[in-house]
Design a protein around this ligand. Structure first.
Ligand SMILES: Nc1nc2c(ncn2[C@@H]2O[C@H](COP(=O)(O)OP(=O)(O)OP(=O)(O)O)[C@@H](O)[C@H]2O)c(=O)[nH]1
Ligand SMILES: [Mg+2]
Ligand SMILES: [Zn+2]
Length: 341
């Protein structure tokens, strides 16, 4: 079946982007979305055209002023160069591998995050929580996708464990290689919607993209027998269009597996994903309570009463510590004054 060029709306153009254009820009430039990023160039798609343009901006800016997959650009009609990057609805980034002081942009203007994890070895509640925090922070809807259902004797137990993490959390269990089985994931990818897939190497992100798009050109790799991990097959970031006949929908962004999910500036996300713990902490008698042995510690009381899971508390403590270290802030940052009782 012949697939027609996408319209701006099918590319994900929204009023939020349109409102950013000045009258002059409406005349002189074309909006285009970044489909893939290469050395020094980006492949862009606009209304009725696809092009490769230099990724340089006229005025070099800060760390985030570089085009990444999913970005909306304004491209000059004559010179075919980037005029500017439009403000993003969301941005995924991480510290650059090998140089923690630099950031690597992963994807922009994402609506939904598929947090992909495999039922086998990879399943890990603490890691899922970290991704949920990330989704909250970036402001995208999270969906947990459990792959390799066919390799697990009791995958439903894992589904229940994941569902318990957040009320209303969507958790989907699939065999990523099976088109019939993964078809319900397409419900999350409506017209113009962008879904980014994240998760450890080898969990089956590219396999899902391949199955959902029906594409055969996406590289995936067999798992090594010994540790169930892949070998970092995906190295470029690219958006894939879901346009298979009746299912004329959105876009999937494949990302390379991350060895360790690094967080930067996630305080809001931690507070929200762990709202049970943070609410308890607000009940502690002392505002700078370290929840170790202070009198009137609400967290210790809840642990003793069995209403707070010690493992969850430990994970919260680790994440909030990471956050304070990353952002260089002091340990207790709550703004309310010390309580006296
Ligand atoms: N049995 C089974 N195998 C799967 C499933 N999903 C993926 N695989 C296999 O797992 C291996 C790794 O899959 P990939 O899709 O390359 O993993 P990835 O997440 O893209 O890995 P990176 O690109 O390294 O981040 C491949 O051999 C897939 O065929 C599944 O649901 N069931
Ligand atoms: Mg891959
Ligand atoms: Zn306390």
């Amino acid at each position: 079946m012949e697939i027609s060029d996408p319209t701006l709306e099918q590319l994900g153009w929204k009023p939020f982007f349109d409102e950013q254009l000045s009258p002059e820009e409406r005349r002189d430039v074309q909006p285009a979305r970044v489909i893939s990023v290469h050395r020094g160039r980006v492949t862009v798609a606009g209304e009725g055209y696809e092009d490769s343009v230099p990724s340089a901006l006229p005025v070099p800016g800060g760390a985030e002023d570089r085009p990444t997959v999913g970005d909306w650009l304004l491209v000059d009609r004559n010179s075919r160069t980037i005029v500017r990057i439009l403000e993003r609805t969301s941005l995924f980034k991480r510290p650059a591998p090998g140089d923690e002081r630099r950031v690597q942009l992963i994807a922009a203007n994402v609506d939904t995050l598929f947090i992909v994890t495999a039922c086998k070895q990879d399943f890990n509640i603490a890691r899922l929580e970290r991704y949920l925090v990330l989704a909250r922070e970036v402001g995208v809807r999270p969906v947990v996708v459990l792959t390799k259902a066919d390799l697990s004797p009791a995958p439903e137990r894992l589904v229940d464990e994941a569902r318990a993490l957040q009320s209303g959390l969507r958790v989907e269990l699939v065999d990523g290689r099976d088109p019939a089985n993964t078809a319900r994931l397409l419900d999350y990818c409506g017209v113009g919607q962008t879904v980014a897939l994240v998760g450890s190497s080898g969990v089956g992100k590219s396999t899902l993209v391949k199955t959902l798009t029906g594409s055969s050109s996406i590289a995936t790799q067999a798992v090594r027998e010994d540790d169930g991990k892949g070998r970092h097959t995906t190295t470029v970031r690219e958006m894939y269009r879901l346009a298979d006949g009746a299912k004329d929908g959105g876009w999937l962004v494949d990302t390379p597996g991350m060895r360790e999910l690094q967080m930067s500036e996630v305080s809001t996300g931690v507070t929200e994903v762990f709202d049970d713990v943070t609410n308890l902490a607000l009940e502690c008698r002392f505002s700078n309570c370290t929840h170790v042995a202070e009198p009137g510690c609400a967290i210790n009381a809840a642990l003793a009463a069995g209403t707070l899971d010690p493992a969850r508390f430990a994970r919260w403590r680790k994440l909030s510590h990471e956050d304070t270290v990353n952002s260089g802030a002091a340990v207790a940052r709550r703004s309310r004054p010390a309580k006296r009782r």
